[in-house]
Design a binder for this molecule. Structure first.
Ligand code: ZN
Ligand code: FE
Length: 239
Protein backbone atom coordinates (compact mmCIF):
# COMPACT_ATOMS: atom_id res chain seq x y z
CA UNK A 1 0.00 0.00 0.00
CA UNK A 2 1.37 3.33 -1.04
CA UNK A 3 0.37 6.67 0.45
CA UNK A 4 0.56 9.76 -1.68
CA UNK A 5 0.28 13.10 0.06
CA UNK A 6 -1.63 15.65 -2.03
CA UNK A 7 -1.46 19.31 -1.12
CA UNK A 8 -4.81 21.05 -1.41
CA UNK A 9 -6.11 24.58 -0.88
CA UNK A 10 -3.83 26.65 1.38
CA UNK A 11 -2.55 24.16 3.90
CA UNK A 12 -4.72 21.06 3.61
CA UNK A 13 -3.54 17.55 2.93
CA UNK A 14 -5.55 14.91 1.17
CA UNK A 15 -4.16 11.42 1.04
CA UNK A 16 -4.34 8.77 -1.63
CA UNK A 17 -3.99 5.21 -0.44
CA UNK A 18 -3.00 3.14 -3.42
CA UNK A 19 -3.04 -0.61 -3.77
CA UNK A 20 0.01 -1.32 -5.89
CA UNK A 21 -1.11 -4.40 -7.81
CA UNK A 22 -4.27 -2.94 -9.39
CA UNK A 23 -3.89 0.80 -8.76
CA UNK A 24 -7.15 0.93 -6.82
CA UNK A 25 -7.22 3.86 -4.44
CA UNK A 26 -9.02 5.55 -1.58
CA UNK A 27 -8.77 9.25 -1.05
CA UNK A 28 -9.01 10.63 2.45
CA UNK A 29 -10.57 14.09 2.83
CA UNK A 30 -10.44 15.49 -0.71
CA UNK A 31 -10.50 19.24 -0.02
CA UNK A 32 -10.87 19.92 -3.71
CA UNK A 33 -10.90 17.74 -6.80
CA UNK A 34 -8.30 19.29 -9.14
CA UNK A 35 -5.02 18.27 -7.46
CA UNK A 36 -6.39 14.78 -6.92
CA UNK A 37 -7.56 14.39 -10.50
CA UNK A 38 -4.16 15.52 -11.66
CA UNK A 39 -2.40 12.78 -9.71
CA UNK A 40 -4.99 10.16 -10.66
CA UNK A 41 -4.72 10.91 -14.36
CA UNK A 42 -0.92 11.00 -14.36
CA UNK A 43 -0.63 7.71 -12.54
CA UNK A 44 -3.46 5.67 -13.94
CA UNK A 45 -5.21 5.34 -10.59
CA UNK A 46 -8.72 3.98 -10.16
CA UNK A 47 -10.39 5.97 -7.43
CA UNK A 48 -12.72 3.53 -5.69
CA UNK A 49 -13.50 5.23 -2.39
CA UNK A 50 -13.71 8.68 -0.87
CA UNK A 51 -13.30 8.69 2.92
CA UNK A 52 -14.21 11.71 5.03
CA UNK A 53 -13.16 12.41 8.62
CA UNK A 54 -15.71 15.20 9.09
CA UNK A 55 -18.08 17.46 7.19
CA UNK A 56 -16.07 20.70 6.94
CA UNK A 57 -15.75 22.07 3.45
CA UNK A 58 -11.97 21.80 3.35
CA UNK A 59 -12.34 18.02 3.85
CA UNK A 60 -15.28 17.18 1.60
CA UNK A 61 -15.02 19.85 -1.11
CA UNK A 62 -13.99 17.33 -3.78
CA UNK A 63 -16.57 14.64 -2.95
CA UNK A 64 -19.21 15.47 -5.49
CA UNK A 65 -17.04 15.98 -8.52
CA UNK A 66 -14.72 13.05 -7.84
CA UNK A 67 -17.64 10.71 -7.24
CA UNK A 68 -19.27 11.77 -10.48
CA UNK A 69 -16.08 11.52 -12.50
CA UNK A 70 -14.83 8.17 -11.17
CA UNK A 71 -18.01 6.59 -9.88
CA UNK A 72 -16.41 6.26 -6.44
CA UNK A 73 -18.25 5.49 -3.22
CA UNK A 74 -18.30 8.10 -0.47
CA UNK A 75 -17.77 6.90 3.08
CA UNK A 76 -18.41 8.71 6.35
CA UNK A 77 -19.89 8.63 9.82
CA UNK A 78 -23.45 7.40 10.10
CA UNK A 79 -24.57 10.20 12.42
CA UNK A 80 -23.17 12.79 10.01
CA UNK A 81 -24.89 11.38 6.96
CA UNK A 82 -26.84 14.59 6.39
CA UNK A 83 -23.68 16.69 6.33
CA UNK A 84 -21.29 14.52 4.31
CA UNK A 85 -21.99 15.34 0.65
CA UNK A 86 -22.93 12.36 -1.53
CA UNK A 87 -22.43 9.77 1.20
CA UNK A 88 -22.98 6.14 0.13
CA UNK A 89 -21.60 4.02 2.95
CA UNK A 90 -22.40 5.01 6.54
CA UNK A 91 -20.11 3.66 9.23
CA UNK A 92 -20.68 3.48 12.95
CA UNK A 93 -18.29 3.99 15.82
CA UNK A 94 -15.82 1.08 16.10
CA UNK A 95 -17.02 -0.48 12.87
CA UNK A 96 -14.49 -2.10 10.59
CA UNK A 97 -14.84 -1.30 6.92
CA UNK A 98 -13.35 -3.66 4.39
CA UNK A 99 -13.32 -3.57 0.62
CA UNK A 100 -10.74 -4.80 -1.88
CA UNK A 101 -7.51 -4.76 0.15
CA UNK A 102 -8.55 -1.74 2.17
CA UNK A 103 -9.38 -2.41 5.77
CA UNK A 104 -9.90 0.25 8.42
CA UNK A 105 -11.55 0.54 11.77
CA UNK A 106 -13.26 3.82 12.46
CA UNK A 107 -13.53 5.60 15.79
CA UNK A 108 -15.85 8.43 16.74
CA UNK A 109 -13.65 11.23 18.09
CA UNK A 110 -15.93 14.25 18.70
CA UNK A 111 -14.76 17.70 19.77
CA UNK A 112 -13.74 19.57 16.64
CA UNK A 113 -17.13 18.60 15.21
CA UNK A 114 -19.78 16.37 16.78
CA UNK A 115 -19.40 13.76 14.04
CA UNK A 116 -15.65 13.62 13.61
CA UNK A 117 -14.13 10.18 13.05
CA UNK A 118 -10.66 8.81 12.44
CA UNK A 119 -9.69 5.90 10.22
CA UNK A 120 -7.23 3.34 11.51
CA UNK A 121 -5.76 1.15 8.78
CA UNK A 122 -4.61 -1.32 11.37
CA UNK A 123 -2.70 -3.66 9.08
CA UNK A 124 -0.41 -0.83 8.01
CA UNK A 125 -0.87 0.90 11.37
CA UNK A 126 -1.68 4.29 9.93
CA UNK A 127 -4.20 6.68 11.39
CA UNK A 128 -5.99 9.51 9.59
CA UNK A 129 -6.88 12.01 12.29
CA UNK A 130 -8.44 14.83 10.25
CA UNK A 131 -8.73 17.99 12.36
CA UNK A 132 -8.72 16.27 15.75
CA UNK A 133 -5.04 15.53 16.26
CA UNK A 134 -2.51 17.61 14.34
CA UNK A 135 1.19 17.19 14.55
CA UNK A 136 2.12 19.20 17.67
CA UNK A 137 -1.43 20.44 18.04
CA UNK A 138 -5.09 19.61 18.09
CA UNK A 139 -8.17 20.95 16.37
CA UNK A 140 -10.26 23.85 17.57
CA UNK A 141 -13.33 22.87 19.50
CA UNK A 142 -16.17 24.01 17.28
CA UNK A 143 -19.09 21.75 18.13
CA UNK A 144 -18.03 19.61 21.05
CA UNK A 145 -16.94 20.17 24.62
CA UNK A 146 -13.46 20.28 26.12
CA UNK A 147 -14.27 16.95 27.77
CA UNK A 148 -15.11 15.36 24.42
CA UNK A 149 -11.95 16.62 22.76
CA UNK A 150 -9.84 15.55 25.72
CA UNK A 151 -11.30 12.05 25.72
CA UNK A 152 -10.96 11.77 21.93
CA UNK A 153 -7.26 12.55 22.33
CA UNK A 154 -7.01 9.99 25.14
CA UNK A 155 -8.43 7.40 22.76
CA UNK A 156 -5.81 8.24 20.15
CA UNK A 157 -3.13 7.95 22.84
CA UNK A 158 -4.10 4.29 23.28
CA UNK A 159 -3.03 3.30 19.75
CA UNK A 160 0.32 1.56 19.22
CA UNK A 161 3.16 4.03 19.68
CA UNK A 162 4.56 3.44 16.22
CA UNK A 163 1.25 4.40 14.59
CA UNK A 164 1.83 6.80 11.74
CA UNK A 165 -0.28 9.93 12.07
CA UNK A 166 -1.67 11.61 8.96
CA UNK A 167 -3.62 14.76 9.81
CA UNK A 168 -5.66 17.25 7.81
CA UNK A 169 -3.40 20.30 7.75
CA UNK A 170 0.19 21.45 7.58
CA UNK A 171 0.07 23.38 10.85
CA UNK A 172 3.10 21.73 12.44
CA UNK A 173 5.52 24.66 12.49
CA UNK A 174 2.92 27.10 13.79
CA UNK A 175 1.90 24.56 16.41
CA UNK A 176 5.50 24.04 17.43
CA UNK A 177 5.85 27.68 18.49
CA UNK A 178 2.99 27.24 20.90
CA UNK A 179 4.36 23.96 22.30
CA UNK A 180 7.76 25.52 22.80
CA UNK A 181 6.36 28.54 24.61
CA UNK A 182 4.71 26.40 27.29
CA UNK A 183 7.13 23.45 27.27
CA UNK A 184 10.50 25.17 27.01
CA UNK A 185 12.67 22.40 28.38
CA UNK A 186 11.38 19.59 26.21
CA UNK A 187 14.42 18.35 24.30
CA UNK A 188 12.41 15.85 22.21
CA UNK A 189 10.29 18.76 21.04
CA UNK A 190 13.35 20.77 20.07
CA UNK A 191 14.68 17.85 18.06
CA UNK A 192 11.34 17.36 16.35
CA UNK A 193 11.22 21.06 15.42
CA UNK A 194 14.61 20.81 13.73
CA UNK A 195 13.38 17.89 11.63
CA UNK A 196 10.14 19.63 10.77
CA UNK A 197 12.01 22.75 9.66
CA UNK A 198 14.39 20.67 7.55
CA UNK A 199 11.47 18.99 5.75
CA UNK A 200 9.55 22.19 5.17
CA UNK A 201 12.65 23.93 3.88
CA UNK A 202 12.94 21.22 1.22
CA UNK A 203 9.29 21.73 0.33
CA UNK A 204 8.35 18.40 1.96
CA UNK A 205 5.44 17.85 4.33
CA UNK A 206 6.06 17.45 8.05
CA UNK A 207 3.61 14.56 7.82
CA UNK A 208 3.42 11.73 8.74
CA UNK A 209 4.27 12.04 12.38
CA UNK A 210 4.23 9.10 14.76
CA UNK A 211 2.18 8.69 17.87
CA UNK A 212 5.41 8.33 19.82
CA UNK A 213 6.61 11.74 18.61
CA UNK A 214 3.28 13.29 19.48
CA UNK A 215 3.29 11.71 22.94
CA UNK A 216 6.74 13.17 23.50
CA UNK A 217 6.22 16.59 21.95
CA UNK A 218 2.56 17.54 21.56
CA UNK A 219 1.55 19.65 24.54
CA UNK A 220 -2.11 18.73 24.15
CA UNK A 221 -1.37 15.01 24.35
CA UNK A 222 0.98 15.69 27.23
CA UNK A 223 -1.78 17.44 29.22
CA UNK A 224 -2.43 15.22 32.23
CA UNK A 225 -5.90 16.46 33.08
CA UNK A 226 -8.86 18.20 31.57
CA UNK A 227 -8.11 21.48 33.39
CA UNK A 228 -4.64 21.79 31.90
CA UNK A 229 -5.92 20.76 28.50
CA UNK A 230 -8.77 23.28 28.52
CA UNK A 231 -6.52 26.10 29.60
CA UNK A 232 -3.99 25.31 26.86
CA UNK A 233 -6.76 25.06 24.26
CA UNK A 234 -7.98 28.54 25.26
CA UNK A 235 -4.46 29.95 25.15
CA UNK A 236 -3.91 28.44 21.72
CA UNK A 237 -7.10 30.03 20.39
CA UNK A 238 -5.59 33.42 21.16
CA UNK A 239 -2.00 32.60 20.24
ZN1 ZN B 1 -12.33 20.93 10.26
FE1 FE C 1 -9.80 21.44 8.25
Amino acid sequence: MKIEIIKCLQDNYSYLLIEKENNYACVIDPSESDPIIKYIENNNIKLKFILNTHHHFDHVGGNKYLKKKYNSKVIGFKKDKDRIPEIDICLDDKETWKNEKFEAKIYHIPGHTSGHICYHFFKQNILFTGDTLFSLGCGKIFEGTYEQMFSSLQLIKSFPKDTKIYCGHEYTLKNSNFCLKYDKNNSALKEKILLVKENLKKGLPSIPSTLQDELNCNIFLRSKDIETFSKLRDLKDNF
